[in-house]
Design a binder for this molecule. Structure first.
Ligand code: DGJ
Length: 719
């Protein structure tokens, strides 16, 4: 709910409030946190009366602001940096008006849907005839707030946007702990913690794609005197930047938006530039942030038609690689059908002369020698009740391809020099409409002509050859690329709404809210080693819901350390996301085959809960060598606890686990998966004391010592 008064503007979400106060010609953000009651005035909260800058401080306005720019007495990090028509960089935006408006469409960009109300704040620079408009959207069913900024040029001369962040949030105090999610291929989104007392912390994504190196999602934990956690994310899949700037004057400024590196934009007279949408949320702890992010992504980012249970897949990549034939595929298919799986995915290698990663990207015509005819394969799979999934990497071109030989001009490159090869491939120049059409048709081809029900859209490299190539255009290359990519995806998902798309970028290198606006799930990492996955998934699940996190049971020996793990443990870890298999299911022993059948049956029975339940992280793997979580149904009548232990030292008598999210008053029956034991306990006991597994499940932990991870899956049901 949004209320606009004479002096105060208040935004309420179900459990949080944000309050702005007008003073002189500025707007101060005086409160953001747990929801508070409406009061006739909030003078007790305002700081501008008592906080003025001193000589040599970093701002003459030491109140919490909603934007910042040079020219207003501030030398901290800015959310608005323009170059005016006279070559100057100084602007002065004064508050003009506030109104509840229809949520603006951000041209060419995905953004959240289903908002309840949108607040528009307008500021004007009267000297240069510019307007800055900020938008804040609240929702009925989540505390997440969506924000974006528009620069409107009302003057008769062009203005250059050097940097325009999607939102700025100035928070009280400094000393915030920053949880950022950085990594690399096979180590995506590894949580990193830093404390910032003074200075600047920045996530700087310049890879052209969101990147393995740094995800736009991050969280900050406030110092005890403020209390609570804040989470942030961006609905964008290109270069991004998150800045946290702690002032010596004890204000922490958080900004999130597109990266300003090589990204100037010209706004013509009468025109405007609108940033991608940022989202943020306040919650009392990590779980409150994560659960709100999950409900927001499931309810307002992922297209509503995909809010349904996702199929259990078998992907042949990890076991067969590029080298497969129809017979082998059908062997997998028959086993998959027998085990109760629902979809078979043909990964890389089905097209052109693709026998390794050195050729054929762009030649999206099947290699019949391997496939035996994809259309007939799709039909055969359908007959035995399996969906047909296929891999494609449509944004890429191999120098060794028919496409390259016919259309060298399709390649993204600086004509003055050779483009940079990565994984033997180059980008297609999506700023060329003819190339956009080619990419669209490449994907459409696998849907129409090969009968794909599912498309895994891969992207195996970063952008290195982009900048300055968009001669004469008013946008930088990377931004235009992302916009055109979205245009292609948008057309595809509108024309083929029933196809299930899965995003992928050399594992999870493009895991973001932009992609999720079109594709409801994303391949999380090529690393399916359950020990490594515990860390990767834990981090990913703080910002993204289980329904988006694709997680497969991988090979028995896997990961950077060639860890040997048990099928039951790989299964238990893959339960955290959209479940499937990525191992040789044709070579299972009889007992393993029976186990896989039971696993698939269990997942299918519980998948709605596992994919959409409220996800409470109880113990973090980053704090020790164990991780546990409870996934609870909306009505709290059912839950599944997933407990992973990577180290179990000798002679440690205690093995106690607490639960979260259960109803204190319900009585629950708890059964470990794969065991005949069961016991009964009241919710308050489970939420407070928990269970001592040394007493109850000692044998489940032990038995086969070789495994590098020991897991327990507990089914919790109200009786
Ligand atoms: C990278 C993906 O993450 C893998 O799952 C697989 O599809 C390969 N690419 C294929 O080249």
């Amino acid at each position: 709910m949004i209320s606009i008064g004479e002096k105060y503007i208040k935004l309420d979400t179900p459990y949080t409030s944000m309050i702005f106060c007008r003073y002189s010609e500025l707007l101060e953000k005086v409160y953001y946190g747990k929801r508070i009651s409406d009061m006739p005035d909030y003078d007790i909260l305002t700081s501008h009366k008592r906080k003025y800058g001193h000589s040599s401080s970093d701002d003459v306005i030491t109140a919490n602001m909603t934007f910042s720019c040079y020219g207003m007495g501030c030398d901290r990090e800015y959310s608005v940096e323009l170059k005016n028509y006279d070559g100057g960089y100084a602007n002065k935006f004064l508050f003009k008006s506030a109104a509840v408006v229809d949520k603006p469409v951000i041209d060419g960009m995905p953004s959240s849907y289903g908002g309840a109300e949108t607040l528009e704040l307008v500021y004007e620079d009267r000297d240069y005839n510019l307007e800055l408009r900020q938008y804040f959207t609240v929702f009925d069913d989540t505390d997440v707030i969506a924000a974006s900024t528009r620069l409107v040029n009302l003057s008769g001369k062009a203005v250059t946007v050097k940097s325009l962040m999607s939102c700025q949030l100035d928070l009280d105090e400094s000393g915030y702990e920053i949880y950022s999610f950085t990594g690399a291929w096979a180590r995506e989104r590894f949580q990193q913690k830093n404390k910032l007392d003074c200075g600047v912390f920045s996530n700087n994504g310049k890879a052209g794609i969101t990147s393995h190196a740094v995800n736009p999602f991050f969280m900050i934990k406030s110092p005890a005197r403020v209390g609570g956690f804040y989470g942030f994310n961006l609905v964008y899949s290109g270069n991004h930047k998150e800045v946290i700037n702690a002032s010596p004057m004890n204000i922490t400024r958080v900004m999130i938006g597109m990266n300003d590196f090589a990204a100037e934009k010209t706004v013509a007279p009468g025109g405007y530039f609108h940033t991608p949408e940022a989202v943020f949320v306040y919650g009392k702890d990590k779980n409150a942030v994560a659960i709100n992010m999950h409900s927001f992504v499931n309810g307002h980012i992922i297209p509503a038609r995909h809010k349904k249970d996702r199929p259990v897949a078998i992907n042949i990549w990890s076991s067969l690689g590029f080298d497969f034939n129809r017979e082998e595929v059908m062997e997998y298919a028959k086993k998959a059908e027998k085990f109760g799986m629902e979809m078979l995915i043909i990964d890389d290698g089905w097209f052109g002369n693709r026998n390794d990663d050195a050729s054929s990207l762009g030649d999206w015509t099947e290699c019949e020698k391997k496939t035996g005819g994809l259309k007939s394969l799709s039909e055969e799979l359908h007959k035995i009740g399996l969906k047909f999934g296929i891999w494609i990497e449509p944004e890429m071109i191999s120098p060794n391809s028919d496409l390259f030989r016919a259309h060298p001009e399709y390649v993204l490159r600086n004509p003055k020099r050779e483009p940079i090869l990565e994984r033997n491939q180059l980008y297609l120049d999506l700023t060329n409409p003819e190339v956009m059409d080619f990419v669209y048709k490449s994907v459409e081809n696998v849907i129409i002509n090969y009968g794909a029900d599912y498309v895994k859209w891969d992207c195996n490299r970063n952008v290195f050859d982009a900048y300055g190539l968009i001669g004469g255009a008013d946008e930088d290359y990377c931004y235009r690329y992302v916009k055109n990519l979205y245009a292609v995806m948008d057309k595809l998902v509108k024309n083929y709404p029933d196809v299930l798309f899965e995003g992928c970028a050399a594992g999870g290198g493009r895991f973001d809210l932009g992609i999720l606006s079109y594709m409801p799930q994303i391949w999380t990492s090529d690393n399916c080693c359950p020990v490594d996955r515990v860390y990767i998934q834990e981090s990913t699940l703080l910002g993204y819901p289980q329904s988006a996190v694709s997680a497969h049971v991988g090979l028995a020996v896997s990961g950077a350390l060639d860890r040997k793990t048990r099928l039951k443990d790989r299964f238990a870890v893959a339960l955290e996301g959209v479940f499937g298999y990525e191992c040789d299911i044709t070579a299972l022993s009889e007992s393993e085959a029976e186990e896989v059948t039971r696993q698939v049956e269990f997942y299918k029975k519980n998948r709605h809960l596992l994919q959409y339940g409220k996800n409470y992280l109880v113990e973090s793997a980053f704090d020790g060598f164990a991780s546990s979580r409870v996934i609870v149904s909306e009505d709290k009548s059912r839950a599944i606890a997933l407990i992973y232990k990577m180290v179990n030292p000798f002679n440690t008598e205690q093995n106690k686990y607490r639960f979260e999210g259960l109803d204190d008053d319900f009585v629950y029956r708890i059964k470990p998966y794969g065991s005949d034991k069961e016991f009964i306990a009241k919710g308050d006991v489970l939420n407070s004391y928990g269970l001592d597994f040394n007493n109850l499940f000692l044998r489940e932990w032990k038995g086969e010592y070789y495994s590098e991870i020991h897991t327990l899956v507990l089914i919790i049901e109200k009786i």
